[in-house]
Write a protein that binds this ligand. Structure first.
Ligand SMILES: Cc1cc2nc3c(=O)[nH]c(=O)nc-3n(C[C@H](O)[C@H](O)[C@H](O)COP(=O)(O)O)c2cc1C
Length: 154
């Protein structure tokens, strides 16, 4: 059975985007059969993508102690159209921040409860430059959710 994994992200200066590419790479591991990853910028993603997905990975910079405006817009545009139509979608997040990141995590968790989304692992928060170690953790995150979907754990 094919399982679909949606990666939605926003990035202004490229850090979150590099994390999203690593997440996508992990989810696209050739050992994983039957997983279809789809990576979209938040501005290009909509309710149909969420309804298509069996799992969701969310990436955003922290702006003003919150998620980016584009990511909030994604939630604003999709909440009512999918309400009652998705059942506890497994998700995790990756955050790029100058020095904090916790405000974005808190905000996404609060909104995610309403969909409802089920957080499957602690967020990855990259502070400052995105290091090779962070990218490796992002690859692992993509692979973990994809492998869990493939195995029917989620
Ligand atoms: C308008 C704006 C607000 C920001 N606010 C925060 C913040 O509240 N906390 C923080 O840790 N970093 C903050 N930053 C820094 C970004 O989170 C950081 O540069 C991040 O790596 C950018 O990711 P991107 O390259 O994917 O756009 C802010 C950056 C901008 C442009």
């Amino acid at each position: 059975m094919q399982r679909n994994l949606l990666i939605v992200y926003h990035s202004q200066s490229g850090r979150t985007e590099s994390m999203a590419h690593a997440v996508h790479e992990g989810a696209s591991d050739p050992l994983l059969e039957g997983i279809e990853p789809r990576m979209l910028r938040a501005s290009a993603a909509g309710p149909d993508d969420l309804l298509w997905a069996h799992g969701l990975l969310i990436g955003t910079p922290e702006n003003f102690g919150y998620m980016s405006g584009a990511m909030k817009d994604f939630f604003d545009r999709t909440f009512y159209p999918v309400e009652g139509r998705i059942q506890s979608l497994p998700y995790a997040m990756f955050i790029s921040a100058g020095n904090d990141g916790t405000g974005a995590v808190r905000a996404i968790r609060r909104i995610a409860n309403g969909y409802p989304l089920q957080e499957i692992q602690e967020p990855i928060i990259a502070r400052g430059d995105v290091t090779p170690e962070v990218l490796e953790r992002c690859r692992e995150l993509g692979m973990t959710l994809a492998a869990g979907l493939e195995a029917g754990i989620y």
